[in-house]
Design a protein around this ligand. Structure first.
Ligand SMILES: [Zn+2]
Length: 280
């Protein structure tokens, strides 16, 4: 026991005391309510007040879908080599390395194989934080390889899309991925292996125009923006006011573009039942 009492640090005057709350709260984009982040974790990043579905990172999506969050990741090291030496506000090479640092990924998609409710499946999840989840050569190649593995091993395929479309910085090479993936999906179809497409907010451009709409089942999260061109461009082209709810999941379901809208908390059960139905 010490004979000397430790001197306490002098208390700050009340007016200057601060409480650190930064990063603990999130504001809902839809209902503007401030939500404690811990609460969001327990609801899979869905607003408890208005059911707004926040974006999920690719690895969070994997943790949600794969049993015990365990999977084997494929082609993690594939990287774009900047084929056009593209420069916009900054060189594409710099943009890629900045994005790599920010997300810990080499491109905008993760491919994993593991069990979903005890069924072996391959899941591809897009990462919206990596250049808006845009589809370039690497995304195209990783998905194509995933499909080829599914053909070989007879595993069902699930692709969770979240994308701004084709990647401008890779020009026509990005657009070619649409045909490449669609061709590979046709081979999967001929082998009678199911592919389920899950569309999340937002799925637009070349991704909607290719693999996101080619599923045996095309399902979406509630209120997701799904379309090819943006509403403003369409309005200017056709010179007509667009109906309310245009390009949202509910509107698309009503008009036969989607098979179902599934809440995030139910999505794993839904996928498992669908695979059962397909005989897997
Ligand atoms: Zn909300």
């Amino acid at each position: 026991m010490s004979w000397f009492k430790k001197r306490k640090a002098p208390k700050k005057p009340i007016g200057t005391r601060t409480v650190k709350t930064e990063g603990l709260w999130e504001k809902c984009e839809q209902c503007k309510q401030t939500i404690w982040k811990k609460d969001l974790e327990s609801t899979c990043n869905v607003c408890p007040n208005c059911n707004f579905h926040f974006k999920l990172k690719a690895n969070e999506r994997f943790n949600l879908l794969f049993d015990h969050g365990t999977y084997i990741e494929y082609d993690r090291d594939l990287q774009s080599n900047d084929p056009l030496q593209f420069v916009d506000k900054k060189p594409y090479k710099t943009r890629l390395s900045d994005m790599s640092l920010a997300t810990g990924m080499n491109d905008a998609i993760m491919v994993g194989e593991g069990k979903l409710s005890d069924k072996v499946v391959c899941i591809c999840a897009m990462e919206s934080g990596f250049i808006s989840g845009s589809m370039g050569v690497v995304v195209g190649e990783k998905i194509t390889r995933a499909i080829e593995r599914c053909v070989e091993k007879k595993h069902p395929l699930i692709i969770v899309s979240c994308s701004g479309g084709a990647r401008m910085q890779e020009g026509a090479l990005s657009l070619m991925q649409m045909a490449k993936i669609s061709g590979a999906l046709a081979r999967l179809d001929r082998k009678h292996i199911p592919y389920i497409s899950v569309l999340t907010n937002p799925t637009t451009g070349g991704v909607t125009a290719s693999y996101a709409m080619l599923g045996d089942l095309n399902i979406a999260e509630p209120n997701a923006l799904i379309g090819f061109a943006g509403p403003r461009v369409i309005e200017q082209t056709i010179r007509q006011k667009l109906p309310s709810g245009f390009q949202r999941s509910e509107f698309l379901l009503q008009h036969g573009m989607l098979d179902a809208i599934v809440n995030r908390k139910d999505i794993k059960t839904y996928l498992s039942n669908a695979l059962n139905f397909f005989g897997f």
